[in-house]
Design a protein around this ligand. Structure first.
Ligand SMILES: NC(=O)c1ccc[n+]([C@@H]2O[C@H](COP(=O)([O-])OP(=O)(O)OC[C@H]3O[C@@H](n4cnc5c(N)ncnc54)[C@H](OP(=O)(O)O)[C@@H]3O)[C@@H](O)[C@H]2O)c1
Length: 243
């Protein structure tokens, strides 16, 4: 698809991988609607960095725990930009939950952010995406297949998001391609101790962590060149899935 002049809605775009994606799309001439939990200094910095690349950039504040606020986002983008071509479900919550820690409230909150919000957004965006011949990209996780111990709700939510990616690819075909991008380690969680980092790195055949730009570059490729790719989950994990 032609990125120049298109419009993308990116969730959790204020920092880290979301910001890298936003700036990469802005580099390609794509206007960006930057969803954030709070329009704080990180959100404004990302908006300004994108606008400095010559595209239109706005921040849209919403808690992904509020289904009505989530459902309203695509309409706000269409009202602002006149179109919505690309939905990137990047935001997520990543918190430990062991069997002993299980609480129904926490479980439901984690699934609401990581799984239900992408579903609501896909539903609310579907008409605009169809008429644009657009794309949905879901940020999954290589850990969906080989779960981290003690991250029950997170790993379950990401495994379900993979499944949702395939179902949405069928539901939105033939107009819209839907792809999952599954990082391994693209950016360490903050905080993380060095012993845990070493242990995780030892399982990565390429021997190093990735970078947010690895994710942003793949997404750029998928949007610009991936016209015949849908329903796939593409790992960007340095080969971690092999071990
Ligand atoms: N980092 C990695 O190496 C890695 C590895 C595998 C998969 N992934 C996936 O890649 C994506 C991006 O990773 P990341 O590490 O950059 O993500 P992150 O920093 O953990 O989270 C991204 C954004 O999600 C937003 N968010 C979380 N809960 C929210 C809520 N209830 N309402 C609104 N916004 C909310 C956060 O907003 P605030 O800033 O306001 O908190 C944050 O900016 C995620 O889907 C993640 O699961 C990342």
């Amino acid at each position: 698809m032609q990125l120049r002049g298109s419009t993308a809605l990116i969730t959790g775009a204020s920092r880290r991988i979301g910001r890298a994606i936003a700036e990469r799309l802005a580099d390609a001439g794509c206007n960006v609607a930057l969803h954030c939990r709070h329009a704080d200094e990180h959100a404004h910095a990302c908006r300004d960095a994108c606008a400095a690349r010559g595209v239109r950039a706005v921040t849209l504040e919403a808690s992904l725990l509020d289904p009505d606020a989530v459902a309203a986002l695509p309409g706000l983008v269409v009202a602002e930009f006149g179109r919505l071509d690309i939905l990137i479900n990047n935001a997520a919550t990543f918190e430990p939950m062991s069997l002993a820690d299980f609480s129904l409230d926490r479980w439901q909150r984690d699934l609401a952010v990581n799984l239900t919000a992408p579903m609501i957004l896909a539903h609310a965006s579907a008409a605009a995406l169809r008429s644009a011949g657009g794309r949905v990209i879901n940020l999954c996780d290589a850990a969906a297949e080989r779960p981290f111990p003690g991250y029950l709700s997170y790993c379950t939510s990401k495994a379900a998001l993979e499944s949702l990616t395939r179902s949405l690819a069928l539901a939105l075909a033939p107009e819209v391609c839907v792809v999952g991008v599954a990082p391994g380690v693209a950016l360490w969680p903050d905080p993380m101790d060095s012993a845990t980092k070493e242990r995780l790195l030892s399982r990565i055949p390429l021997g190093r962590s990735g970078e947010p730009s690895d994710i942003a570059e793949l997404i750029h490729f998928l949007l610009e060149r991936g016209d015949y790719i849908t329903g796939q989950i593409l790992r960007v994990d340095g080969g971690r899935a092999l071990r």
